[in-house]
Design a protein around this ligand. Sequence first.
Ligand code: PBG
Length: 323
Amino acid sequence: MFPVHRPRRLRKNPIIREMVRETSLSPSDFIYPLFITHGRGIRKEISSMPDCYQESSDMALKSAKEALSLGIPAVILFGIPEHKDSLGSGAYDEHGVVQEFIKRVKDKLPELYVITDVCLCEYTKHGHCGVVRDGEILNDPTLELLAKEAVSHARAGADMVAPSDMMDGRVRAIRQALDDEGFSDTPIMSYSAKYASAFYGPFREAAESTPQFGDRRSYQMDPPNRREAIKEVSLDIEEGADIVMVKPALAYLDIISDIRNTFNLPVAAYNVSGEYSLLKAGARLGWIDYERVMMEVLTSIKRAGADLILTYHAKEAARILNK
Ligand code: PBG
């Protein structure tokens, strides 16, 4: 009988569809970003990222608790310091906003896995991810500061550090510093293939980290490059990365897939601020079915090969998955 092959047989009802489903999402795939600010009782919505907040540590603790109760195992922390300077000293201050929050959250919620973003851009006046001299972002002098920052996070109790600066050699510098200071068990999740993307726009409002001159194209990757992502990831693995990340996610699914197929390390993908804001805008305008689009996007990132997804949708998606 024609046709012999009828793929629709396996789509007949929800039971068989679920039985043959190739990709599934779980709240345990998610890492939830938190923006920690100084002060008390502060919960300020980020205008370009509805339902995301800059929070003082007391409020962020509540958010972290909620994430955990929804089955999200991990958070990643970004700090908004009280003062910025040219060397980003708030980044490696033992009483910095992130360091203080780590101590608090590990004390109150020891079962929450705490990852820190290691970068200088939120802490420098010029908003760049490294040390600046004569308009240039210097590589090697930055490594020492990043290593100091990573060690100070580990010392405060962070479970994992995640460098996002894109300086060459930073994974090795951080690995060495952590090992020297007795943190040889602290893993590094490297933002390995991080592109110079316009999708970070809303985050820069959230983290108050917009570069005050120029842009990040001399350190973040050029979006048209695909093979170069393999090179960046191999270097980070050689230098000691435990998990490698692709960022952004949605416009870079080919890169996630390449990395998954080329290496055996866990792969993370960052579903970044602009990807999130677009969906929120579409929902506000009534143009899309927000929940379905969100789940489809997250599933696509997992299907492309990501084991872990950093996403602002984490709580909303977990609520749907837990139903
Ligand atoms: C810091 C950093 C950025 C993001 C994560 N870490 C911004 C940037 O590189 O400009 C972006 C996250 C997002 O857009 O959600 N270097």
